[in-house]
Design a protein around this ligand. Structure first.
Ligand SMILES: Nc1nc(=O)c2cc3nc(NCCN4CCCCC4)[nH]c3cc2[nH]1
Ligand SMILES: [Zn+2]
Length: 371
């Protein structure tokens, strides 16, 4: 028997609003040459052809369908031609599922010391031995082909934050010209795809122009770039309140570099399908464990005799076979096993979060309270 509660009109609007909030969330499957990707998806970061402290088969047990690699690092060492000669990155690192590679511009700006941005591309000195390199839409696209990437990212310029409107406009226009060249250089094959990356910083008219320019190039998917660069969650969500809607509804939307669980939930609610972030792996190595009780800083002395697991119902090796006391000890004495177990748990936590979000969306349920 359904009891109808008479809400005053304005309260009903709030309830409707709340449910509206979820109408942009979507769950789906991306089919690729290297297998399916269940979305919303979280991609563990494997920058140098390895998810740090994890065997690829261990990454697979956490439920990850796809991992991310970096053009910038792999072109410097071991070199894209060498990886190609050795059979491609999938074979080289023994990962047979989908691989997405970032196109390198963002990493050049955050890692290499000397660099020069020209219309042609970015000229930079390797942060390893100072030798000179150039990355362009053409060379980045070719490198990703040599690596054998399942999903290739267009070569873009990540507009820094904060930027004036003028700075953001000229940066976005450069990205549009580079996107056209990236698309032209892409060798399209069944089951492989290339994603365009929209820029425009926090300016909605620039974001719209960027989207229109890239939609013309008919990419297989679209990323929202230029976010998670220091603008903060509030401003990021403000852009995400409209930017995903500028992109084709039937193609994957990837928010680069995001993020913490709360960032992921808020972005899924705004229509994002794919994520990547170093947080679960980097913070795991740093002694931070994500749990349903919140983040546990395992180095805290309160855990030194805590004989309980991080999470009693977690199926990862850290929780099944070890205690917080042991993890506390391993991380304190910098034992390699500490990095392994903390990373494994965090990746399992992030994949469980994505699985629950996918289930909630499929059942049309609100997933606000998952953290
Ligand atoms: N091609 C490309 N274009 C971007 O606009 C971009 C924007 C990005 N924004 C981030 N943010 C990463 C934030 N991360 C948070 C945890 C600590 C390390 C940094 N990664 C990005 C990668 C990017 N890659
Ligand atoms: Zn665990």
């Amino acid at each position: 028997e359904v009891s109808i509660t008479k809400f005053p009109a304005d309260e009903r609007k709030i309830i409707a609003k709340a449910h509206d909030k979820y109408k942009k969330a979507r769950a789906g499957i991306i089919n690729t040459r290297h297998g399916q990707i269940h979305t919303p998806a979280f991609m563990p970061v494997g920058t140098k052809g390895t998810v740090k402290a994890m065997l690829p088969e261990s990454v697979q047990t956490t439920g990850a369908d796809i991992i991310l690699g970096n053009t910038y690092h792999l072109m410097l060492q071991p070199g894209a031609k060498r990886v190609f000669k050795l059979g491609g990155l999938h074979k080289f690192m023994n990962w047979s599922k989908p691989l997405l590679t970032d196109s390198g511009g963002f990493q050049v700006m955050s890692l290499s010391k000397l660099r020069k941005i020209t219309e042609e591309g970015v000229i930079f000195n390797s942060h390893i031995d100072g030798s000179k390199f150039m990355l362009s839409p053409e060379s980045s696209t070719e490198i990703q082909y040599l690596l054998g990437s399942t999903i290739t990212m267009a070569f873009d310029e990540c507009t820094p934050y904060p930027s004036t409107y003028e700075q953001a406009k000229s940066s976005m226009e450069l990205t549009s010209r580079w996107a056209k060249r990236s698309r032209k250089a892409f060798y399209s094959r069944d089951g492989y795809g290339q994603f365009g990356i929209i820029q425009g910083s926090i300016y909605n008219d620039l974001r719209l122009k960027s989207a229109l320019d890239l939609i013309e190039l008919d990419f297989e998917g679209y990323a929202i770039g230029g976010l998670a660069v220091g603008e903060g969650q509030e401003l990021m969500f403000k852009v995400l309140d409209y930017a995903p809607d500028l992109l084709p509804i039937n193609k994957p939307r990837y928010l680069m570099g995001v993020g913490k669980p709360a960032d992921i939930i808020g972005a899924v609610q705004r229509g994002i399908d794919m994520f990547d972030c170093v947080i679960p792996t980097r913070s795991g190595r740093n002694g931070q464990a994500f749990t349903k009780y919140g983040v546990v800083n395992i180095r805290n002395s309160k855990y030194k005799e805590d004989n309980t697991p991080l999470e009693e119902d977690c199926l990862c090796p850290a929780c099944k076979n070890y205690t917080k006391a042991y993890l506390h000890y391993l991380v304190k004495v910098k034992e390699i096993l500490g990095a392994m177990l903390m990373t494994w748990h965090n990746l399992m936590y992030f994949q469980k979060l994505m699985l629950r979000i996918r289930e909630y969306i499929a059942q049309g349920k609100d997933f606000d309270f998952i953290s």
